[in-house]
Design a protein around this ligand. Structure first.
Ligand SMILES: C[S@@+](CC[C@H](N)C(=O)[O-])C[C@H]1O[C@@H](n2cnc3c(N)ncnc32)[C@H](O)[C@@H]1O
Length: 202
């Protein structure tokens, strides 16, 4: 995260308070107005190309896109505002932190991770977002008939993810169709990719 951001929110508890504020003041009031208690989440949404299209085609759903990079969230928010999408939120946040702070009354339905940073060097594999702890955390915040979608152009990361899912006692590979084919920024640049998806085990 950027230095300015870390200077403004230097401790874990200040960052957690900030994310808590997003749920309390933005997402929860919108969900409760619509009598809904779940949302769809895109982790690493970048400039919001894909999620803006998805939420435009699914106005009855609430969608949240998070990313670590402020500029990307600013650009994504401009897209949301241009289209007047009240069901769409973009927020700068780190995935583990954000998911772990989702308040009890609400849960995630679908999670999308598209073209995540592949961290190709072996010594950097621990930085990949797909790890057993993450899958377990995501499961704990996902509704029973939710789905986790993963798409990448990086074959070794694809295999890594398929393996982590098969080793997880919380998820099983499923064959739910990807709900919207529309290029994300990286998909436009990298048309050769693979997709897998998983359903929570209950
Ligand atoms: C390669 S880009 C892909 C962006 C977009 N999904 C697309 O397909 O165009 C990966 C994005 O994930 C974000 N990211 C990486 N680690 C993250 C994390 N732990 N939490 C939230 N976002 C993260 C990066 O900032 C970056 O914007």
């Amino acid at each position: 995260m950027s230095d300015i951001f870390l200077r403004s929110f230097p401790t874990d508890s200040e960052r957690q308070k900030r994310v808590g504020h997003f749920f309390e003041k933005s997402l929860l009031p919108s969900l409760s107005k619509s009598d809904s208690d779940f949302f769809d989440l895109e982790i690493g949404c970048g400039h919001g190309h894909w999620l803006t299209e998805y939420s435009t085609s699914n106005k009855q759903l609430f969608c949240v896109g998070i990313d670590l990079i402020t500029k990307r969230i600013t650009k994504a928010t401009a897209k949301k505002e241009k289209r007047c999408l009240d069901n769409l939120f973009f927020y700068k946040a780190e995935a583990q932190e954000f998911v772990s702070l989702i308040p009890k009354p609400i849960q995630i339905r679908n999670t999308f991770i598209m073209f995540p940073d592949p961290w190709p060097k072996k010594r950097h594999h621990k930085r990949r977002i797909i790890q057993q702890d993450f899958l377990s955390l995501l499961h704990s915040r996902t509704i029973e008939n939710g789905t986790f979608f993963f798409r990448t152009d990086h074959e070794p990361y694809f295999e890594w993810t398929v393996e982590k899912i098969s080793q997880s006692s919380f998820w099983k590979t499923s064959e739910v169709a990807f709900p919207l084919e529309h290029n994300s920024y990286f998909q436009e640049l990298l048309p050769d990719f693979k997709t897998t998806c998983a359903s929570p085990v209950h």
